[in-house]
Design a protein around this ligand. Structure first.
Ligand code: NAP
Length: 292
């Protein structure tokens, strides 16, 4: 059978470098979107062991891939192998998307932008608002820097390991020249002290992720106010125990599904120059999650 008969002739290749990659929802999300727009692109998952990352990135040039996404554990380690990185990626210190333009590789971070886009789609504009982020890992970093870049007024970062919250606050103060950012220990009495001024609460911890979905939310539901927007980066289940509690308290909720889809949509747009079919991508991911 010829390549043309297989529909593989003149396809642009993109993909995902991770370790592991088998549970990623990105291939089905992107390939469904390419197909809808009749774009001759194919998205493939590549299992790249940490020791092979440099060779794999050289392969992006060598094989003329249009670009790739990066996931755990490659987001930080990839930076030295790229020709340049975007402002967000440099500040966050992590890259989740590479675009290849005639052998020149640029690294972007679409996680934070994807998160903010999901908020804006729900009508929440972060500028001049106060945000409380719970967690200080990789996802919190992307979200915190992007909220800073969007002009939030105050940013609180509460983490179980207080030192990590302090380190992230230090980096934000340096990187964004922002003074109104404060670390907090993840203690309910400490959260109580600041909660009345919070407009946006973001849980960036894995608490509530399938299959351990029936757990107590990371924050005492009594602290959630009806005027808040509450987001959980966990997207499986789509409505976590935190989001259920927030809804019961009359708050507006934003699922982590939005961040997942919009970070992908921004990568899609960087590679193809076409607007991503976001609704289709949301439906594809929801179906996939519900069928598992
Ligand atoms: P990470 O770098 O490992 O950070 C995990 C954070 O959660 C740390 O701050 C950790 O606190 C905290 N944490 C973990 N278990 C906890 C517990 N039982 N109680 C209190 N705090 C706890 O992970 P990550 O890459 O940031 O990812 C975090 C979550 O975001 C994951 O569930 C991931 O699937 C999700 N995520 C979603 C998207 C999306 O598109 N929706 C994108 C990226 C990530 P310590 O510092 O004390 O350990």
């Amino acid at each position: 059978m010829s390549l043309a008969q297989l529909g593989l002739e003149e396809r642009e290749l993109v993909g995902l470098f991770g370790y592991p990659v088998e549970h990623s929802l990105s291939p089905v999300m992107h390939n469904t979107a390419f197909s809808k727009l009749e774009l001759d692109y194919l998205y493939l998952p590549f299992e790249v062991a940490p020791d092979n990352l440099k060779a794999a990135v050289e392969g992006v040039r060598g094989l003329n891939l249009r670009g790739v996404n990066l996931t755990i554990p490659h987001k930080e380690a990839v930076i030295p192998y790229l020709d340049q990185v975007s402002q967000e990626a440099e500040l966050i210190g992590a890259v989740n998307t590479i675009k290849n333009e005639a052998g020149k590789l640029t690294g972007y971070n679409t996680d934070g932008r994807g998160f903010v886009r999901s908020l804006k789609e729900e009508g929440f504009m972060p500028q001049n608002k106060n945000a409380l982020i719970i967690g200080a890992g990789g996802a919190a970093r992307a979200v915190a820097f992007q909220l800073g870049l969007e002009g939030v007024d105050r940013l609180y970062i509460a983490n179980r390991t207080f030192k990590k919250a302090e380190d992230l606050v230090f980096d934000i103060k340096e990187g964004l020249v922002m003074e109104t950012v404060q670390p907090l220990p993840l203690k309910q009495e400490k959260l109580k002290e600041i909660i009345s001024g919070v407009d946006l609460l973001v849980d960036t911890t894995p608490i509530g992720m399938y299959p351990e979905s029936e757990v107590e939310p990371v924050i005492d539901p009594e602290l959630i106010q009806s005027n808040m927007v509450v987001s959980d980066l966990v997207y499986n289940p789509v409505e976590t125990s935190l989001l259920k509690a927030a809804k019961d308290r009359g708050a507006k909720i934003v699922s982590g599904l939005g961040m997942l889809v919009y970070q992908g949509a921004i990568s899609f747009e960087l590679w193809t120059g076409k607007k991503a079919p976001v609704e289709l991508m949301v439906g594809t991911i929801k179906n996939k999650i519900e069928s598992e």
